[in-house]
Design a protein around this ligand. Sequence first.
Ligand SMILES: [Zn+2]
Length: 451
Amino acid sequence: MDMDIYLTNNLTNKKEKFIPINKDNVGMYVCGPTVYDDPHIGNARPIVVFDVLYRLLKNKFSSVNYIRNITDIDDKIIKSSQEKKISISDLTSQVTQSFNEDCAFLNCKNPSHQPKATEHIKQMIDMILELIKNGFAYENKNHVYFEVKKFTDYGQLSNKKLDELIAGSRIEVSDNKKKSEDFVLWKPSLENEPSWDSPWGKGRPGWHLECSAMSKKFLGDEFDIHGGGIDLIFPHHENEIAQSRCANNTKNFANYWIHNAFITISNEKMAKSQGNILKIKDFRKKISGQILRLALLSAHYRQPLDWSDKLLVECENTLNKWYNVYVSFDDKIIISYEILKPLYDDLNTPGYIANLHSLYEKAQKGNVEDKKLFISACQFIGLLNETKENWLDYKRDKISIKESEILALIEKRNKARGNKDYKKADNIRNELFDKGVLIEDKDGKTIWKFK
Ligand SMILES: [Zn+2]
């Protein structure tokens, strides 16, 4: 039986067996948010996808060091703080808090560390000094640039040829750079912008450098997995590789590059310019995070996911059904490899959800061991983490009744039936139905379900 995890590695464009550098401590870095605006549903996808990968790795390896950064210094942040007329520190702390609340809402485990860029400026300056010393970077007028043509492996991840990149570049060469393809490592700040002292004057780091410096601090020069959205492959991840390998003098940086695809809305890309941005925060008031999580896992992470109200209704119906077999228990249930297999095969979450449906079919026949297995398998990917009472509380608006009240009414109805007062019994059944609750008499017992 093959029990290895396979992942599609964008560095080699192949599905490969995952072999960590150190099986006792797996390292994973995922690019976190730039905290200039509240996260939207497109940002939620990598959060949930890499949370499932983290859970899978933790289940197999004794220790996993999962790092997801917060970019709290960037041009977008400066622009947004000016537009919103609030200070940069207020903006970044508000958005970071909102992001953390979104992660909790989506039932994601906290990463091992969530480093902030502004707390690692020294590491960034040190890395630039190394790059200059090694001949890969140059300074001009308080700017420092990475000289792309010096790094012959540039373009390996994004399958871009360096020559074509240089020849095809239409970006105007700025006064300060030698070549248009060179990218900034350090730049001066304007008077009202945040700045730090450096050997090149007061200024701030380039965005790409932040991830190279923070991954080095927490995971070392070479580590196992680097993840992020597909839009980050070029130039962000390409530049991270260039900086890290050239500063650290290594042949490799991250061994496996994993990227999630976009979320579309009615098959269109979600973008501010399209006016179709759905913020996670707005969902928090309306629906359970469980529904969002199931929806986000309903497509394979490498496939685009088309978001719609229909998808959310389907996921809510599925969860209603699943919560009907909910039981609480303390024993730890081992989930067999047979059940987990789709996840081992490149994190195939739709395949795993199909297995959950089969387990549910068994569970609803009433055997408590089957129920426990089903619930444990759901919880493995962060679903069914609420008690039935919590789920009911959430559904309160729709069914306007508490579980204790349902049980009291069922008892009242059974008494009425015992007294052969069938009219009263029917009235109670109808009362529950109007409140969104369906009752069924089975094997001399009465059970209830969401309508
Ligand atoms: Zn990054």
